[in-house]
Ligand binder design. Structure first.
Ligand code: AMP
Length: 299
C-alpha cells in the first residue's frame, strides 16, 4: 500500500513554563511522516523555504520518506510560535508567519496520485481539498485540523469533512464544530457529516474512537515528564495511518491496534523537544511501549 501525507514543514518557537526554544523543526508533516515511517514510509507533500535545513531532508530520506512532493520556494519557511502553560493540554498560538506557505498550492506528482491512504494533515482546508481532488480512488482518507480553521474557514472545513473517512480532532475542536458541549453527542453529530470514524484526541487522557457502531478508548501513556507536547496529535495520526498502511486492511481490530500505535508514537514525541525523540527510535522501543499499553488495560 502507499501513504501520502500533506502538511506543514515548519520552524516552531516553543515556550513552556521552563524553557523557550527558538526555531526548532516542527510542522504537522514532520511529525506525522516520521511517526508513520516506523511502519510504512510515506510520501510527503509540503513547501519549504530556502532556509529549511538540508540535514532534516537527509533525515527524512534516511527514514525512507519520499520527499519528491516537497517544493522549495524562494523565501522563508513557515514559522509557528506557541506557548504552553503549566497544563500541557492548554496552548496559545502567539504567532503564525505563513511565509512560503502563503502561496502554497499542493501539486501531486503522478506517483502520488494513486495513493491508497491519504492523510490531510493540519493545513488550510482549501489546500486539503485541492490535494484530495488530485488523488484517484484512495481506499482511506483522513484529515486533521486546528481551531484556527474552525474559526476562520468552517464552510471549507465542512466540505472536506464530508469527503473523508476519518477525522482527527481534539475534544474542544469536536465540540466547537458540532456546537454541542456533550462530547459523545458532538462526536455523533460529526459522524453524521460524512466520516465513518471520529478520533478524538484527549491529550494526557488518551483518545476516543467513535465509529458508526462502536466506541473504543485508548489511554495515554503515563508520562511523568512532558517536555514539549507539540506534535503529539500529528504523531498519533502518522503512527495510526502508517500502521494501517503496513497491514493493508482496515478491520476494526486493526483500527484499534492502530490507535494504540498512534498513542505510542505520540508518547515518544512529547518526551523531547521537536522531532528529537521521534527521529531515532528502534522497532524494539516501539514494540516494548506497545506492550506497556496493553498491560495498562489488561485485567
Ligand atoms: P500538534 O501539536 O500535533 O497539533 O501540531 C503542532 C504543529 O502544527 C506545529 O509543529 C506547527 O508547526 C504546526 N502548525 C501550527 N499552526 C499551523 C497552521 N496554521 N498550519 C499548518 N501547520 C501548523
Amino acid at each position: 500500500m502507499s501513504l501520502v501525507i500533506v502538511g506543514s514543514l515548519a520552524f516552531d518557537t516553543i515556550e513552556t513554563p521552563h524553557f523557550r526554544k527558538e526555531k526548532i523543526i516542527g510542522g504537522s508533516c514532520s511529525y506525522s511522516a516520521l511517526a508513520a515511517s516506523y511502519f510504512s514510509p510515506p510520501k510527503i507533500v509540503a513547501v519549504i523555504g530556502e532556509d529549511f535545513p538540508q540535514e532534516i531532508m537527509d533525515l527524512f530520506h534516511s527514514r525512507g520518506i519520499d520527499t519528491r512532493g516537497v517544493k522549495t520556494e524562494a523565501g522563508k519557511t513557515f514559522h509557528w510560535q506557541g506557548r504552553y502553560g503549566h497544563d500541557p493540554n492548554q496552548r496559545t498560538t502567539i504567532k503564525t508567519e505563513l511565509n512560503v506557505f502563503k502561496d502554497f498550492k499542493p501539486q501531486l506528482i503522478p506517483e502520488y496520485r494513486t495513493a491508497d491512504i491519504v492523510f490531510l494533515g493540519n493545513i488550510d482546508p482549501d489546500l486539503q481539498d485541492d490535494t484530495l481532488k488530485q488523488v484517484q480512488k484512495p481506499k482511506l482518507v483522513a484529515m486533521d485540523t486546528i481551531q484556527l480553521w474552525i474559526q476562520s474557514k468552517l464552510d471549507s472545513l465542512l466540505e472536506v469533512l464530508a469527503k473523508v473517512d476519518i477525522f482527527f480532532a481534539n475534544d474542544e475542536e469536536v465540540k466547537l464544530i458540532a456546537q454541542e458541549s456533550n462530547l459523545i453527542k458532538a462526536g455523533k453529530a460529526l459522524l453524521a457529516k460524512g466520516p465513518s470514524l471520529i478520533i478524538i484526541k484527549k491529550g494526557e487522557h488518551g483518545a476516543l474512537l467513535m465509529g458508526r457502531d462502536y466506541v473504543f478508548g485508548v489511554l495515554a501513556y503515563p508520562c511523568e515528564t512532558v517536555v514539549d507536547p507539540t506534535g503529539a496529535g500529528d504523531s498519533f495520526g502518522g503512527g495510526f495511518l502508517g500502521y494501517l498502511d503496513k497491514v493493508g486492511a482496515f478491520s476494526q481490530e486493526n483500527i484499534r491496534k492502530a490507535a494504540v500505535y498512534g498513542s505510542v508514537m505520540a508518547s515518544f514525541t512529547i518526551e523531547e523537544f521537536s522531532i528529537d525523540r521521534l527521529k531515532a527510535l528502534t522497532a524494539a522501543e516501539i514494540e516494548s511501549r506497545y506492550q506497556e499499553f496493553k498491560n495498562l488495560v489488561t485485567f
